[in-house]
Design a protein around this ligand. Sequence first.
Ligand code: NAD
Length: 488
Amino acid sequence: MNKYQNFINGEWLDPLTGKWIENINPATGELIGYYPRSGKEDIAMARDAAKKAFKAWKNMPAPERAEIIYKAIDYYKANKENFAVELCNEMGKVFNECLGDVQELIDMGNFCAGEGRRNLGMITPSDSANRLAMSYREPLGVVGIITPWNYPVGMPAWKVFPALITGNTVIFKPAEDTPHSAINMIKGLEQAGIPKGVLNLVIGIGNEAGEALVEQEGVNLISFTGSTKVGTRIAEKCPSQYKRVALEMGGKNSVIVLKDADLDLAVAGIMKSVFATSGQRCASAGKIIVEKEISGELTERLINAANKLKLGKGIDPETELGPVINKVRLKNIEADVNHAVEQGANILCGGKIADEGELKNGNFFLPTFLNNISPDMEIAQKETFGPVASIITVNGPKEAIEVVNNVQYGLTGAVFTQDIDKAMIIRDEIEVGVFFINAACVGGELSTPFGGFKASGNGKREGSHAMLDIYTEWKSVYIQHRSYDYLK
Ligand code: NAD
């Protein structure tokens, strides 16, 4: 069985710990290979390399840095299909989504490489005569990047490319469930000629390599996407070293369906939002909040649609719902549903682990809708991160808004209605960072800022030019010069 390595200072290396992690296919239970279980010593080595490489990388003209990213993109394009297959093997989602994930890598690479010729600063009017007041961005130095497994290359792309184009050097710790895709991403930049030490990949477990990266002195920023629990822990640790922190965290997202909604549109949107990526998107809907007049019809249509979904390996073209990432998550989803039932919830469909035929080898949970849920129950408050959603009936838009906002999170939300006035009022009142009208909440586009209110983040935004704020410091410079009289 193949053993894979870290990439530190331009070399592929075994972990100094001498330990390895098994990478398991979530659809079949088969072993894919062994990957480094790195520790403090590997992180320290990567920090030394990244620190040493920083000055030269910062001083390289940004358009030249961009050329390296463009070259990597050519490699990703040439290997798109193969990367998507390998991504599917370790992550499990349906193959079209795997192709989309690799496309996100390509698109975000292009977007960020464009910043190599833009990255606008400011020249502003000065208070003083004969003075030029200008401001521009400078890189932070060594940046630590920690990512989840649900977008094995898409998510790292949203962090690694903006960090690199703005002149930072990087230590990247991918999720332990999807290390192979991280290796594929690095290979693209390696063959594109990224200078040694500029980009370092250290594979390992969260509370070992991840924690070591957070605690490592000489790392100037931790850019993290993952659970609110881990993000909060990181937020507590970093400020003691004046480390910057950017956090993209969990969500408990709602879709509101008002009585005048186009139900065909709403059903299609909800099915996508609840079951795409098997409900393992930070933007996935966990609650469907519906006006009482149409609650019965919508519920029936959703149950019918869920019961028709074809479960299977993501790689099979007819599969509509893949596995969840690992056995621990599978058991957690089951426990959340069982707990909801103990508190009075009613299972409308699914509600348990799929254990028929080949499915029992993988981590499959049946597509699940619940009702009889009150907004304060745990299932309505906690992120389940699986193919499960609760249907909650309300008396009108005002109550719908209250139910949406009555959670600690504030990432995404959606409303289906034909009444533009109601849609606009809900848009104003809803406490989320990303909102959809007559479309499903599924994720953001890279041209708009992405991130959440409340416990879904710490106020930073990824995507668009807003992401540059994460990876740079503003420097303001005043240049005083002589007046015109000097030439007389
Ligand atoms: P997680 O928090 O368990 O892990 C995320 C990353 O953090 C992994 O690389 C993990 O190894 C690392 N990690 C774990 N413990 C750590 C520690 N003590 N110190 C440092 N690093 C540590 O989350 P997950 O299960 O991988 O991902 C699912 C979560 O991510 C969900 O809550 C989801 O909503 C969230 N997410 C958010 C966004 C967003 O943009 N807001 C996007 C995708 C996923």
